[in-house]
Design a protein around this ligand. Structure first.
Ligand SMILES: Nc1ncnc2c1ncn2[C@@H]1O[C@H](COP(=O)(O)OP(=O)(O)OP(=O)(O)O)[C@@H](O)[C@H]1O
Ligand SMILES: [Mg+2]
Length: 404
């Protein structure tokens, strides 16, 4: 059989070809290996230098390697945090002519730690909580994308520090399955597996003396199920708001942002009597709003400004008579977006006198107006509208703003 490398990028086969595929992974010479912390696993896994980067090589059956490779590629497309699959190597033959197991090659996730290394110094209970929070967020994101993990555990996850929190990445997709939509039963099964696995993994740490004495493994396993349920509910519940209470929508979007989720798309529907909206938030990748705003309006803004402007644009769109998403007779989103720029965005920005604007760009200015509207509306207990906001803003805000 001939050595075959199936890879995502043409650069990889070249750097991978130099590796000693005719030797079992367990026996690879030190010159190829990189010593980095690694979690426990059934298969042989090694970190290896290939070209300019470090990769993880896992020896596994051909069927499993190809399958996991495909799933990791899918997760990448769905913008789920997971290790990057680089290649599958098959047709390996040993020096004595015997056939060797295929491998899956993934990119080493820089800055990541398996949980066992994180627990080497006893972790405070509050830090463990943050770790579990990150894992719950990952599981919710996977489920929203239609991925049933099948084996959610601490050892199948890698953690990276993310400002004061942690970000969790999926490392082992072998047992996973992707569908357009998961059933409640599938999600509950995954959460149950996570609960049992985590309790067991914490018990192991406890037996090895590396768990803080106040941490009860069973209760902490339970915590993942609770956190998951909370997040899932906050993300997927449909809510109905009277039009005059538009700032309730803002409030919910902000709560989701605080939980680490962005709201990509609101499915706002006008009820027959025209006074309620419902919306369902989705999860998105970084930079999504910036690209979306640019595509729809031509406005080039920072991510946080773009998120805020898009929320406003979409809420406004739903109030338009020809707004009918999915209906070929309705106005295209680009058309509505241009109307919004012309009738809402520009007039509001122009209503703020030039000398008060200073060097602030228009996206930032409009963003500040939206923030101001939020404050006024929260105070008033109702949506005060954009005109009143501009008027109040012009009177009260820019004076104290640093120009430049
Ligand atoms: N791309 C990567 N970056 C960093 N670490 C990795 C990477 N791939 C694998 N690892 C490390 O190797 C360990 C084992 O990998 P993996 O879970 O895929 O093996 P496995 O044998 O399939 O595990 P299991 O026993 O759960 O079936 C992981 O826990 C992780 O610590
Ligand atoms: Mg594993």
């Amino acid at each position: 059989m001939e050595l075959q490398i199936t890879a995502t990028s043409p650069e990889h086969p070249a750097s991978l070809l130099d590796l000693p595929w005719n030797i079992p992974l367990e026996e690879w010479p030190d010159e190829h290996l990189v010593s980095l912390p690694r979690g426990i696993s059934r298969h042989v896994v090694r970190f290896v230098r290939a070209g300019g980067e470090v990769v993880a090589v896992k020896e596994v059956g051909e069927w499993a390697a190809v399958r996991e490779y495909g799933l990791l590629r899918d997760l990448d497309r769905l913008a789920i945090p997971a290790v990057d699959a680089l290649a599958v190597v098959t047709g390996r033959t040993g020096e004595g002519g015997q056939s060797l197991e295929p491998v899956l090659v993934t990119r080493h996730l820089v800055g990541s730690l398996p949980y066992r290394s994180m627990f080497e110094t006893t972790m405070r209970p509050s830090t463990i909580k943050r770790l579990l929070d990150a894992l719950a967020v990952l599981l919710v994101r996977l489920h929203l994308a239609g991925f049933a993990w099948g084996d959610c555990s601490l050892s199948n996850t890698l953690f990276r520090r993310d400002a004061g929190a942690y970000a969790a990445y999926l490392v082992d997709a072998e047992t996973g399955q992707i569908q357009p939509r998961l059933t409640t039963g599938q999600r509950e099964y995954d959460v149950e597996v996570a609960r049992v696995n985590i309790a067991g993994e914490l018990m192991d740490l406890e037996a090895g003396g590396s768990l803080h004495p106040s941490v009860d493994p069973v209760l902490f396993g339970q915590a993942i199920a609770e956190r998951y349920a909370e997040l899932w509910h906050e993300l997927t519940r449909q809510s109905v708001y009277p039009t005059a209470k538009r700032h309730y929508i803002d409030r919910r979007v902000r709560r989701l942002n605080d939980l680490g989720f962005d709201v990509a798309e609101m499915q706002i529907e006008r009820s027959p009597d025209g006074d309620t909206v419902t919306f369902v938030p989705k999860v998105v990748d970084a930079g999504h709003h910036q690209r979306q705003l640019l595509r729809l309006t031509g406005l080039d803004a920072e991510e946080n400004q773009a998120r805020s402007l898009l929320n406003d644009l979409e809420t406004w769109m739903a109030t338009q008579d020809d707004y009918a998403p999915g209906d070929p007779l309705g106005a295209r989103p680009e058309v509505l977006a241009h109307r919004w720029v012309r009738d809402v965005f520009r007039p509001a920005v122009r209503a703020v006198p030039l000398e008060l604007r200073g060097a602030t760009d228009t996206a930032q200015l409009y963003y500040e107006l939206l923030e101001h509207r939020w404050l006024l509306s929260e105070r008033a207990g109702r949506d005060v509208g954009l005109d009143a906001t501009v008027e109040d803003y012009t009177r009260t805000v820019p004076a104290g703003r640093p120009h430049g």
